[in-house]
Design a protein around this ligand. Structure first.
Ligand code: ADP
Ligand code: MG
Length: 476
């Protein structure tokens, strides 16, 4: 008999497969089963933002999956988990940029402070936090090591390049530029390089480019750019992930360009990763693109079936689970990238643990097939399309949405575009802001927050959003 905890676990893994990556990471990843009360599952989440999102916009979806797993209609209540990392903040402080970015883009890296939602800040909490003496560094994911990295035809060049850079940092290929699509293992490889560098006593900084931008934004706001420079320009190895997100951010590109030059001139190693080749990084400034192409550029191709199978086998050993080869193959065949692989594997692993009996190939296929529907891959929506749909649903013209006006109706429509763009595209906050009449990423963050709050208190707004969303989903 399934316990409520098991039902939630199953739900969690199903959601991991059903929702797109950003959505899952932002709203669901940290959710934890707390208890079962009457007929209600009580699930803990880390901040009010996630709670409201789950309790309202995602509720029907989550409740449906949970009811499926539980075998009868289930209701859920989302509660805030006790803050484990209390930091000075006030209630109306906007959600820190780095939280959204860290959670949405680099989910597996615990980093910086987490905005919890203490209901009434005490006096001590209202006092602004002093500027820290040095900038915090991002923690590395302990699981992203070389011994957990499977090398195969698709990634061996990149793997070799990283190894040779680590043998003699700053000497052979500088910078080393690695590119490839989602889930091919770029972040894993980069962080493995950081682990090894640190173990060798080098100061290695791993940073997703959005966190670099964020450090700069904070530095400019608090007039602490020297501290920021100190942090990055003293690295022995600087590793920057997802550099495609630098495009369009002039001050960041400028700062990064100088950091790059300082490090290179002093023989320090730079490694970067991107979702596309340097030449395709326009509108990133030409001088930076040519710096990127000036070292070694290697790509990682989509992972072959054998590599995905080898990864699944690695995980089965680690977790002490036995799966027959045909089952391993079914799992590996069910997804295209290693990122989705984990969700599929977890589903099967959960079943094996639950029944404590070996699973047959057909059963595994059956479990995975149930997840296929919602995951059929869709083309990406553009900001223009989203703006047009919101314009017609909210009765506000596209010009008004892109313009300066701030009447209630116009602001609401604009915030709806921000929120839908965040949810339905891979655009960064910065790109969304830029595409919406040159607004800043913090405007986008507050916009999304605002519309989420409105949605929680005014059902008609939620419905409008839902209508726009349905429309858009129908378009892809
Ligand atoms: P990317 O940064 O290219 O989008 P990630 O590095 O985030 O991809 O990889 C997605 C997931 O797949 C991670 O959990 C990672 O550990 C795993 N992964 C990717 N490539 C490999 C590999 N070659 N061996 C083992 N695990 C891998
Ligand atoms: Mg990555």
């Amino acid at each position: 008999m399934l316990t409520p905890q098991d039902a939630w676990e199953t739900t969690y893994h199903q959601l991991q497969l059903q929702l797109d990556q950003a959505k899952f990471d932002t709203w669901v990843r940290d959710a934890r089963f707390l208890r079962f009360e009457g007929d209600t599952f009580i699930v803990g989440v880390r901040n009010t933002f996630a709670r409201d999102m789950l309790q309202h916009r995602l509720y029907r979806n989550v409740a449906r999956v949970l009811s499926d797993a539980w075998g009868k209609a289930a209701s859920i209540r989302f509660e805030l988990l006790p803050a484990d990392n209390a930091k000075a903040h006030t209630q109306d402080t906007e959600l820190p940029l780095f939280q959204i970015m860290a959670e949405a883009r680099v989910p597996t890296l615990p980093t910086y402070a987490v905005a919890d939602a203490a209901p009434a800040p005490t006096y001590a909490e209202r006092v602004p936090a002093p500027v820290p003496a040095s900038l915090p560094e991002m923690e590395l994911n302990a699981r992203y090591t070389f011994d957990r990295f499977v090398v195969g035809p698709s990634n061996h060049l990149a793997y070799e390049a990283v190894q040779s850079v680590l043998d003699a940092p700053g000497r052979h290929y500088n910078p080393l530029f690695i590119y490839g699509g989602v889930g091919v293992g770029k972040t894993h490889l980069l962080q493995a390089a950081a682990h090894v560098s640190r173990a060798a006593g080098r100061r290695a900084i791993y940073v997703p480019s959005e966190a670099f931008t964020n450090d700069l934004v904070v530095a400019l706001r608090t007039r602490t750019t020297p501290m920021m420079r100190e942090k990055y320009r003293t690295a022995d190895v600087l590793i920057v992930d997802d550099v495609q997100f630098l495009a369009g951010k002039d001050s960041t590109v400028e700062e990064f360009f100088h950091t790059f030059n300082v490090l290179r001139e002093s023989g320090k190693q730079i490694i970067v990763a991107s979702d596309r080749a340097p030449a395709d990084l326009a509108p990133l400034e030409e001088r930076l693109r040519s710096r990127f192409s000036g070292g070694l550029v290697v790509d990682i191709a989509p992972m072959e079936l054998e590599v995905r199978m080898a990864i699944v086998k690695l995980w089965t050993h680690e977790q002490n689970i036995t799966l027959s080869d045909p089952v391993v193959q079914v799992i590996a065949e069910s997804v295209a990238s290693a990122r989705e692989l984990e969700g599929a594997f977890n589903m099967i692993a959960a079943r094996v643990r639950l029944t404590a009996a070996p699973i047959k190939r057909d059963d595994a296929a059956h479990i995975l097939r149930r997840l296929e529907g919602p995951r059929v891959h869709n083309r990406a929506l553009t900001l223009d399309e989203i703006t047009r749909v919101v314009s017609s649903v909210f009765g506000v013209s596209v010009e008004e949405i892109l313009g300066k006006g701030r009447t209630k109706a116009v602001s609401l429509a604009r915030q709806a575009v921000m929120s839908l763009a965040r949810e339905l595209t891979d655009l960064s906050l910065i790109q969304i802001g830029a595409g919406l009449g040159d607004r800043t990423h913090s405007t986008v963050i507050s916009g999304i927050k605002k519309v989420t709050e409105l949605c929680a208190s005014a059902p008609e707004i939620c419905e409008q959003l839902e209508t726009a969303r349905k429309h858009l989903l129908g378009q892809r």
